[in-house]
Every structure is written in structure tokens, then in C-alpha cells.
Ligand binder design. Structure first.
Ligand code: CP3
Length: 342
């Protein structure tokens, strides 16, 4: 099957399919017993991401179990800073920890080391395209520069990214330098994912929603615009989904300003905004992942609502953010079944 004939790709080209194709952010993850078993084979999370055997296996697990319409490469947004030599580590129970941003760390970055460093991830993409069912769309991804940089200012996650915001106000030139390095590395990385067999790409801007207007324009829209432009200059047919979380009031500006082909919405986006954006680009989303945790009527009602509110236009059914570890895998099966009833 040609890439453009896969259901998710057809929607990304503006076609309405009903029932809509469905996948979930973080669909390979700790809610699945088979993921936890494979994950136990590698102590260090980044080593796990750089192991094509293990990364291919966990990417395929949710496809085997649920037959999602799209498969997302198993990796993490922090392989990009890691690849250019930015010190990153994952701490048990705490998540990603990046060294605090400074001139000194930036002076040590080397774009030239990224290609070899990321080769195992590209090998995973190649194997996935060979092993996935023909009709399954393969998505590559990267983190948006702002979201990656957020974790480098405090050195770890903080509520509302207060440290990253203060850092960007106090020393915008330093933040800009890091963002620019991430833009260069992300463009090269995304192009390689396409060349290895990814059908389309997603840019995760999980922390876009903490910014004010000026910050959103400079740190979310502009870097994403440059990445989209850089990838499309090299691969004009590339399809790119942007996911600026918690930014529904600024979606129109984001879509126009970045040039993304489709936009992911979180569950707080009001229907009228989603519906107005859907007139210009396909929408992906936006079931509250906590409805998936709750199950039962809360799940069924939430799915019915997304289908009713957004099913009239081009829609890729998804959650409004990643599936969480406490989710019952049976609820996911129910979700896929219910979406496919239309
Ligand atoms: O969606 C998928 O199935 C593909 C794989 C994927 C992961 N992370 C695997 C992962 C993707 C697309 C990501 C993106 C990512 N990573 C984002 C953007 C999207 C989002 O969810 O907001 C961000 C901000 C990260 C950073 C990150 N990675 C954090 C904050 C954490 C720790 C918190 C947590 O949930 O553990 C991770 C680790 C991580 N990335 C796990 C997985 C499955 C869990 C770690 C483990 O299995 O030990």
C-alpha cells in the first residue's frame, strides 16, 4: 500500500473518514504489562530508546493488541539534546533531568555527533516500516524546542515551568541559542525519520500553554515554523502534526504561523474553537485521558462527544494527552471498539 493511501495519511491530506482512524499518544507505555516486561530488560531509559530490538518490540505491542491505525516510533523527546551532547539523564520516579542551561554547556554542544548517535533510532524506524501491517501509518516525532528547553532551566520538571519562563525573560539570548541548536538538530532528525520510512511526523509542544502572547510567538510558533519549513524544504510532501498543548485560544495563530498540516488538541479545547480550526486543518484529539482511566459511562460519553463534535470534518481520534500508567488496558480496547462503531 502507498503511504498516501493509509487512513491517517488520507485524513492528514484533508479527507474526512468516518469512523475516524484512531491511535493514542504514549500508546507504548507502562499501562501495558508486556511493555513493563520488555522495559525491565534495560536499566537506563535512554539505553532502552537506543536499542532497536527493544524499541521495535514495544512500538509493535499496542498495534498487536489493539490494531491502532497509527504507530508512533518508541523513543523520547530527549534523544535530540542527548545526541548533540547536552547532558540528560532519567531518574527513577522523577523523570528527565537536564543540566541547567549555561553558556558553558552550550559551548560544548556538537551538531556533528548527532547523526551517529541517533543511528539506532533511525534503524528502529526502518524495522518498524518493514514489520508493521501495511495499512498502519508510521509516525515519527520530535519535541518542540521550547518543551525540550523547559527541562533544562530548572534541571527538572517544575509546575507551570516557572523556572524556564524566568530563565527566558532574564537571558533570552541564552535561551535563543539553545533553541536554535535544537531547531537544527530536529530538522535533520525528522528528515532522517521520513527517509527511513516514517509516513508523517508529530511535533510535541507539551509546555506551549504556559507562555504569554509574546513568549508563545517567539518560543513556540517561531521555532516550530522553522522546523516545518526546514523539513518541507527538503521533503516537500512531508505531513506534520503540531501539538501545542493547552493552547486552544492561540490555535489559529499557531496553525497560520507554523504551517503545520494538522493540529492536536488537548481535552480542554472548547468545541467551537476546535470546529472553527477544523475548517482549515484536520484535527487530532481530544478525549480526556482521565475518562479512559475512569471507564464506563464517562468513557463512552466522552467518545460520543468527540465523534459528534469533530466527526463531521477531518478527524484523527486520539487522547488529549498521553495515556497514563494507571489505565486499565481493557478500557483502551473498549475505546477502539467504540470509536470504530462510529
Ligand atoms: O507515544 C508513544 O508511545 C511514543 C513514545 C514517547 C515517549 N515519550 C515514551 C516515554 C513519546 C512520543 C514521548 C514524548 C515525550 N516525552 C514528551 C512529549 C509528550 C508528552 O507526553 O507530554 C515529553 C514531555 C517527554 C518527556 C518525558 N519522558 C517525561 C516527562 C518522562 C517521565 C514521566 C513519565 O511518564 O515517566 C518520560 C519518560 C517516558 N517516555 C516513558 C515513556 C513510555 C516512561 C518511562 C519508562 O518507561 O520508564
Amino acid at each position: 500500500m502507498n503511504s498516501k493511501d493509509r487512513a491517517v495519511m488520507r485524513v492528514l491530506s484533508g479527507e474526512r473518514l468516518y469512523p475516524p482512524p484512531v491511535w493514542m499518544m504514549r500508546q507504548a507505555g507502562r499501562y501495558l504489562p508486556e511493555y513493563r516486561e520488555t522495559r525491565a530488560k534495560s536499566k537506563n531509559f535512554l539505553d532502552f530508546c537506543y536499542n532497536p530490538d527493544l524499541a521495535t518490540e514495544v512500538t509493535l505491542q499496542p498495534i498487536r493488541r489493539y490494531g491502532f491505525d497509527a504507530s508512533i516510533l518508541f523513543s523520547d523527546i530527549f534523544v535530540v539534546p542527548d545526541a548533540i551532547g547536552y547532558p540528560v539523564r532519567f531518574e527513577e520516579g522523577r523523570g528527565p533531568v537536564l543540566e541547567p542551561l549555561s553558556q558553558n554547556v552550550l559551548d560544548r554542544l556538537e551538531q556533528g555527533r548527532a547523526e551517529a548517535h541517533l543511528a539506532p533510532v533511525i534503524e528502529t524506524v526502518r524495522r518498524l516500516r518493514r514489520e508493521l501491517p501495511e495499512e498502519t501509518t508510521l509516525l515519527g516525532f520530535c519535541g518542540a524546542p521550547w518543551t525540550v528547553a523547559c527541562y533544562s532551566v530548572a534541571g527538572h520538571t517544575t509546575q507551570d515551568q516557572t523556572a524556564a519562563r524566568v530563565g527566558a525573560y532574564r537571558d533570552p539570548a541564552l535561551m535563543q541559542r539553545f533553541i536554535d541548536e535544537l531547531i537544527v538538530a530536529s530538522i535533520a532528525y525528522l528528515i532522517r525519520q521520513l527517509d527511513a520510512g516514517a509516513d508523517a511526523l508529530q511535533i510535541f509542544d507539551t509546555w506551549a500553554g504556559v507562555l504569554d502572547d509574546a513568549g508563545f510567538a517567539r518560543w513556540s510558533i517561531e521555532p516550530t515554523r522553522q522546523i516545518v519549513a526546514g523539513v518541507k524544504a527538503a521533503r516537500p510532501n512531508a505531513r506534520i502534526i503540531g501539538f501545542p498543548k493547552a493552547s486552544s485560544a492561540r490555535l489559529a495563530a499557531y496553525v497560520t504561523g507554523t504551517g503545520v498540516d494538522a493540529v492536536g488538541l488537548d481535552w480542554t479545547a472548547p468545541d467551537h474553537i476546535a470546529q472553527s480550526i477544523q475548517k482549515s486543518v484536520p484535527i487530532q484529539g481530544n478525549l480526556d485521558p482521565m475518562r479512559l482511566v475512569a471507564g464506563g459511562a464517562a468513557l463512552d460519553d466522552g467518545i460520543a462527544h468527540v465523534l459528534e463534535a469533530l466527526g463531521q470534518g477531518p478527524l484523527i481520534f486520539n487522547l488529549g494527552h498521553g495515556v497514563t500508567p494507571e489505565t486499565d488496558p481493557a478500557h483502551v480496547a473498549r475505546m477502539v471498539e467504540r470509536v470504530r462503531q462510529g
